[in-house]
Design a protein around this ligand. Structure first.
Ligand SMILES: Cc1ncc(COP(=O)(O)O)c(C=O)c1O
Length: 232
């Protein structure tokens, strides 16, 4: 699919005969745009028109930093959208915990597919997560991390504004690696969640130093998550 500042473009889905489409409406993975309201309506209209399904991969919807919260696409068409959430971004990917909200008609086949895939998910970690949620600690954690990640994201973007792409000692992954087919977008993917809090300024300083020594200070910086269309 093509992707622009309003997220995934529905035209390829419109002209295809596909039975399903996978979307990441909260933040297009990996370019970061939030799927615009008109696009949401259009994808739902197309799916309803031909009885297709939308898989809403809401992998990081908790971490919206700018603007108002945007509801899940699933709310627009609960019988056409399969919603998937995860703790991989909010707690840790190694927990392997997530959740689905599925159309009534798909509930039994999905439960059966899950049973056949792995015979169930670790109960202790599910109980621990349930306790975290019901005690309110999960919400508090999300609010704290949202603020922390927002500051990190802003510091990263500021560093990139005054410097630009480089190679040594900082882990940078090329955007091309995530692409299927052509045309390939060019760029790098930068994470800011992993370093310890006390290491982060140093990591940024290293990144900035390396980038400016590379002398590419005028390269454009696109900031996913920051009201994507208004970012430089
Ligand atoms: C697009 C996308 N979807 C989902 C996930 C989370 O997957 P899982 O819950 O299997 O760890 C990620 C994690 O990086 C992701 O990038």
């Amino acid at each position: 699919m093509r992707v622009d500042h309003d997220g995934a473009v529905p035209d390829a889905f419109a002209t295809s005969r596909l039975d399903a489409v996978v979307l990441t409406p909260a933040h297009q993975a990996l370019l970061g745009a939030t799927l615009a309201p008109a696009r949401r309506t259009e994808f739902v209209r197309l799916a309803e028109g031909r009885g297709a399904y939308i898989l809403e991969d809401d992998y990081d919807g908790e971490f919206r930093y700018d603007g108002h919260p945007i509801g899940a696409l699933q709310g627009l068409a609960p019988e056409r959208v399969i919603y998937a959430g995860t703790v991989s971004k909010s707690l840790a990917p190694r927990l392997r915990l997530g959740w689905l909200v599925v159309p009534e008609a798909l509930l039994e086949p999905i439960v059966e597919a899950k049973r056949r895939a792995d015979r169930g998910t670790d109960v202790l970690s599910q109980l621990a997560l349930a306790e975290l949620v019901s005690s309110g600690d999960f919400d508090r954690h999300i609010r704290r991390m949202r603020l922390r990640y927002r500051r990190r994201r802003d510091a990263l973007v500021d560093t990139l504004r005054t410097a630009a792409p480089e190679r040594r000692s900082v882990g940078l992954v090329g955007l091309e690696r995530f692409w299927h087919g052509n045309p390939r977008a060019r760029g790098v993917v930068l994470g800011y969640g992993t370093p310890h809090e006390h290491d982060y300024p140093n990591a940024l300083a290293q990144l900035g130093g390396l980038l400016s020594s590379f002398g590419a200070g005028d390269a454009p910086v696109r900031s996913p998550n920051r009201a994507a269309s208004r970012s430089p």
